[in-house]
Design a protein around this ligand. Structure first.
Ligand code: ZN
Length: 243
């Protein structure tokens, strides 16, 4: 009788051990997956920096064509605000909006006094396994009458094969959201010559928010309510892109 009870206890013990092993394996698989897909990673690149760096870098991996590592950007005709300042102001708004919604944010810079080339910004997003890169810029032209936002995305070339379709999809989503929110937007433009696109392994867009060379649009882009509206249109687009 005692032996029977012992055997039964042993059987139950083994069964429990077996079941707990299965559960542990399942749990580990589940936890592993959860951790890996924990958060969507958005890289925000506030364009330019305080001091440009005119040393050259290849416009694509292995390319003999070279461009300046990074420039200091344009300046507002009315505000006299440098583009790198405006870009960071608005990027911070976008960062806060997306963080509040639970996205993980990588900023390529949070100060002006940095020296990070356009290729290095792309490589940073690649290495951090970002899911999308949003680069914030403002335009400038000799023609001061030109206004409106423009969305740039990579053209299909030897370097952008894996990312150009998804980049264009994001660019179109942003354009549509801007239009729907009453923001003047000139369209989506594919570009072949942008270092930060050609080095990127992650879908990437540049949002040119408007023209610093137009007096009224320069003032508008420094209006915090307009900045919030612009960034809201991008924040909504991120939600839509990952839906
Ligand atoms: Zn720029």
């Amino acid at each position: 009788m005692k032996k029977k009870i012992f055997n039964l206890t042993l059987s139950i013990f083994c069964l429990a051990l077996f079941l707990s092993k299965i559960n542990m394996d399942k749990l580990q698989t589940f936890v592993g997956k959860e951790l890996k897909n924990d958060k969507i990673v958005v890289c925000i690149d506030p364009g330019h920096q305080e001091k440009g760096d005119s040393n050259l870098e290849p416009i694509a991996p292995g390319s003999s064509r070279k461009k300046a590592r990074v420039s200091s950007g344009a300046t507002g005709v009315a505000t006299k605000k440098p583009e790198y300042v405006l870009n960071l102001e608005t990027s911070m708004i976008l960062r806060d909006m997306l963080e509040e919604k639970g996205y993980e944010i990588i900023m390529t810079r949070e100060t002006h006094d940095v020296n990070i080339s356009n290729a290095e910004r792309a490589i940073l997003a690649n290495e951090k396994n970002a899911d999308i890169v949003i680069r914030i810029h403002a335009d400038s032209l000799n023609d001061s009458s030109k206004t409106g936002a423009s969305i740039l995305c990579p053209a299909k070339n030897d370097y952008t094969g894996p990312i150009y379709e998804e980049s264009e999809r994001m660019a179109k989503i942003i354009k549509d959201n801007m239009s729907n929110m009453g923001i003047k937007v000139n369209g989506v433009f594919e570009r072949d010559d942008i270092t930060g696109f050609n080095w990127s392994k992650v879908p990437v867009v540049i949002v040119e928010m408007g023209f610093l060379s137009n007096y009224n649009e320069d003032l508008l882009m420094s209006d915090v309510n307009y900045q919030k509206k612009l960034m809201q249109s991008i924040s909504n687009s991120v939600d839509q892109y990952f839906k």
